[in-house]
Ligand binder design. Structure first.
Ligand code: PEP
Ligand code: MG
Length: 869
């Protein structure tokens, strides 16, 4: 078995065997770049090492001897030579990068003799002893387990005694003394000397690096990042080059493009007369790489050319390490550079234009969720650093907001309208009657509720940052105050919320603006070309819809018409309708609502410019529209011109023990057909209005909560009869469809029957999940976090599809539905419609489109493209 590969033998595709660093060193060698010679001991040798009770096996030892002899021959240096001493570095390098997790030892080969030889050859005694003290400290730490602090203290004491500012002030004699102090540390702590034999040093170093694969921090890192622990690490043994060999030496790191913005220029830092560790550890302050251009113009030009060559070859932004030894440049590492989401998008798009990568590759390079941070406002980093969060909850709607707190929608609105304050609405929970307060708020916080609670759904729809289910929050409406994790807050106090993380901060934190990103829209355009799945928006207002269109939505997949009833004058009519005693009393409010709804639909249709718009008829239980506390009841009774007692009776009569399982959705249509008829009138009325303007609209009408074919059939007849009547009256034809939401398990189980009477399906996964699990979507906040923490659930099924349960019902419904109507359009309009992992599954089961809140449209679009590629 070959355990050791020289850099000439490997290439970039051998990561698994040689680790990332080894594979890239080999690749750079083969590209003819100046890489110090060396070899890689493979990950297989690491696994063999563990099998052999943490010892290198004989085969590896034999190959190591050969590799070392070859290296000596290549570079004309050897261990213990006093004329040409060989010094090597030993570095770990796993297949998947684990930055800083494992160990490195430099300057192996130095001892009391070779240090003298090195000083003589380089005519730089200071450099030789500086290198030696580094070896003593690194070896002591990595191989012998002596703390770094022990060695640092010796140096700090020396600097302190001599009033030195920097390590550079240490004289040769100081360094010699440090070396002798370091050696004493070995005797005192270990009762043995530092090994003088270079081969012994090398073997111990290799052993330690292999062992560091299983050190605590590496294990934790692997667990966090889902890296399998049986991959093993490789070890790279490489001839040392010295960035600390004098003033024309140095070391640095550089990115081929700016990792923060993605701008195409060399970006990095270097230090003269230093070793890599100094840059990484931040011991001295490095210079920007641009100044190297003046300091060493030739060398800068060479480095620039190498950087371009590597980027061209790897076809991605590179993170490079280099060393300059006596004016000669060496490349020590190249790897794909880490970058911000903004930079990632810009680099991917630029590289397509530079013909480096294909559009498909560009799409695959961006993590869909990462796009969020480009879309939402965030806290100003500097200002955020001065604050600690006091509580956290479910990150219901992303983005950062800061404002003054109010506990009722009314107070929030008054503060906003009258005092022009920026407002954060803080409540136990929200209900539709809070909508006006929600609209004016910059952020929303509730102590109760889950990811699909009213507050969460509405906030996401509006793109307002929100945190729900904050267990540490208690609101006292009476006293107009709240307690958050023991902190007392009063109306008007400042609070800052980070809806992306779910963190709450007391006080005011500056936010940084969101910029509309041209690169992102380019990328989303490509994503659309590549996707099978359509991406629509859940939008209830022209403002939501416009936002969604700016993000590239294909149309509207769900308009929740009830959200249109929560403006004051409409709520009043809705309430008049609900409390009406007879059909006659219902006429006037219905007429008024019709007019308003028709106006809404007209606006949406007009904005749609030919895109499809799916409108869902009324869904929530009626009592949601009614006032609840005594004060409100009195106020509303007055508005409606009835007695408070009468109103209270009506409210009571509509109260249900389980409203979510009660009188809602199409059940309302069966008992109050005139409401649905009014909505159909409004939809068709709007379409006909546009027809008069020569704009052809094909209305898509969606029935919520269907469980039975007979039920769907009943409601569909109601709707179709009404439409036909309207069309006959006007003597025109209009194409239209009437479909159903699939949100009852029974509907999924009998999807073939339901398909017979439906023009399309749209999965309402919020209700479907609620009903499949039997979890109230408005109450999951109390136990869901614990279920996830305990590993009982892998993820919140209201956020990521539960493939084995809910997902199977969906799959069955798709198959059954299409067995009857092969071309049946099938969408998903619950919250998980915007979740990348779920989208992957929807693509597999052949869903036709997803629909999600406007701000998730870009994420869903990218995920849809990736699922198709
Ligand atoms: C659903 O249940 O998934 C859905 C989209 O409808 P709503 O959230 O309005 O109940
Ligand atoms: Mg629903």
């Amino acid at each position: 078995m070959q355990y050791i590969y020289t850099f000439k033998e490997g290439n970039k595709d051998m990561r698994r065997l040689l680790g990332g660093k080894g594979a890239n060193l080999a690749q750079m060698t083969n590209l003819g770049l100046p890489v110090p010679s060396g070899f890689t001991i493979s990950t297989e040798a690491c696994n063999a090492f563990y099998k052999n009770h943490n010892q290198l096996n004989n085969e590896t030892l034999a190959q190591l001897k050969t590799a070392l002899d070859q290296l000596s021959q290549n570079v004309g240096k050897s261990f213990n030579s006093l004329s040409k001493p060989l010094l090597v570095s030993v570095r770990s390098g796993a297949a998947i990068s684990m930055p800083g997790m494992m160990d490195t030892i430099l300057n192996i080969g130095l001892n009391d003799q070779t240090v003298v030889a090195l000083a003589k050859i380089t005519a730089n005694e200071r450099f030789a002893y500086d290198s030696y003290r580094r070896l003593l400290a690194m070896y002591g730490n990595v191989v012998e387990g002596i703390s770094e602090a022990t060695f640092d203290t010796v140096i700090e004491d020396m600097k302190h005694q001599n009033h030195y500012q920097s390590d550079l002030d240490l004289t040769t004699n100081d360094l010699k003394q440090i070396v002798s102090e370091f050696k004493k540390v070995y005797i005192n702590k270990l009762h043995h000397e530092f090994p003088q034999n270079p081969t012994e040093q090398l073997l111990a170093a290799i052993n330690s690096v292999f062992e560091s694969w299983n050190n605590h921090r590496a294990e934790v890192y692997r667990r966090e990042n889902n890296i399998p622990s049986d991959l093993g690490t490789a070890v790279n043994v490489q001839m040392m080059v010295f960035g600390n060999a004098g003033k024309d030496s140095g070391t640095g790191v550089a990115f081929t493009r700016d990792p923060a913005t993605g701008k195409k220029h060399l970006f990095g830092e270097y230090l003269l007369n230093a070793q890599g560790e100094d840059v990484v550890a931040g011991i001295r302050t490095p210079q920007p790489i641009s100044t190297l251009k003046e300091a060493m113009p030739h060398l800068y030009a060479q480095f620039e050319a190498i950087a371009a060559k590597l980027e061209f070859y790897y076809r991605d932004m590179q993170d490079l390490e280099f060393t300059i030894e006596n004016g000669k440049l060496y490349m020590l590492q190249a790897r794909d550079g880490k970058r911000t989401p903004t930079a990632a998008v810009k680099i991917a798009v630029d590289m397509v234009y530079e013909d480096l990568i294909s559009k498909q590759e560009a799409l695959m390079r961006i993590k869909p969720e990462s796009v969020q941070s480009i879309l939402y406002p965030e806290f100003d980093e500097k200002d955020l650093a001065n604050h600690d969060f006091v509580a956290s909850g479910l990150p219901a709607s992303p983005g950062a907001a800061t404002g003054q707190i109010y506990f009722t929608a009314e107070a929030a609105k008054a503060a906003h309208d009258e005092k022009q304050q920026t407002v954060i609405l803080v409540r136990q929970d929200t209900s539709p009657e809070d909508i006006e307060g929600m609209v004016v708020s910059e952020g929303i916080v509730t102590s109760r509720g889950g990811m699909t609670s009213h507050a969460a759904v509405v906030a996401r729809g509006m793109g307002t940052p929100a945190i729900v289910g904050v267990n540490e929050l208690q609101v006292d409406y009476q006293k107009r105050s709240a307690t958050i994790s023991g902190h007392q807050l009063h109306e008007g106090d400042w609070l800052s919320v980070d809806g992306t993380q779910g963190h709450i901060y007391i006080g005011q934190i500056k936010t940084a603006d969101t910029v509309v990103n041209e690169n992102l829209s380019t990328l989303l355009g490509w994503a659309k070309q590549e996707s099978h799945l359509g991406v629509y928006a859940n939008a209830d207002t022209p403002a939501d819809f416009s936002q969604a269109l700016r993000f590239g939505a294909d149309g509207i997949g769900l308009t929740r018409t009830e959200h249109m009833f929560f403006k004051p004058e409409r709520l009043l009519e809705m309430r008049r309708l609900i409390i009406a005693e007879n059909a006659e009393a219902r006429q006037l409010p219905l007429k008024r609502l019709l007019k308003m709804q028709q106006g809404d639909f007209y606006e949406l249709y007009k904005l749609s410019a030919g895109r499809s718009v799916t409108i869902r008829l009324l869904d929530p239980p009626l009592h949601e529209f009614l006032p609840h506390d005594e004060k409100e009841i009195r106020k509303v009774a007055k508005q409606l011109d009835v007695t408070p007692t009468y109103l209270e009776q009506r409210v009571d009569s509509l109260k249900e023990l389980n409203p979510m399982l009660g009188h809602r959705g199409d059940r309302l249509a069966v008992t109050f057909p005139d409401i649905y008829q009014m909505q159909v009138d409004a939809i068709i009325g709007a379409a006909l209005q546009l027809l008069d303007e020569n704009v052809i609209i094909e209305p898509h009408i969606m029935i919520p909560l269907t469980a039975l074919k007979s039920e769907m059939s009943w409601v569909k007849d109601l709707v179709v009869n009404r439409i036909e009547q309207l069309l006959v009256n006007k003597n025109v034809r209009l194409e239209y469809t009437v479909g159903t939401m699939m949100e009852m398990p029974r509907a999924c189980l009998t999807a073939d029957e339901i398909a017979e009477v439906s023009d399309f399906f749209s999965f309402g996964t919020n209700d479907l999940t609620q009903l499949t699990f039997g979890y109230s979507r408005d109450d999951v906040g109390s136990f869901m976090p614990e279920y996830i923490k305990q590993g009982i659930l892998p993820a919140d099924p209201f956020q990521t599809v539960d493939v084995d349960g809910v997902g199977q019902l969906m799959k069955m419904a798709v198959e059954k539905g299409r067995s009857i109507k092969p071309q049946l359009p099938i969408g998903v309009c619950g919250e998980i419609g915007g979740d990348p992992k779920s989208i992957e599954f929807f693509e597999q089961i052949d869903v036709s489109y997803v629909s999600c809140s406007p701000f998730r449209v870009p994420i869903a679009r990218l995920a849809a493209a990736q699922a198709s590629l």
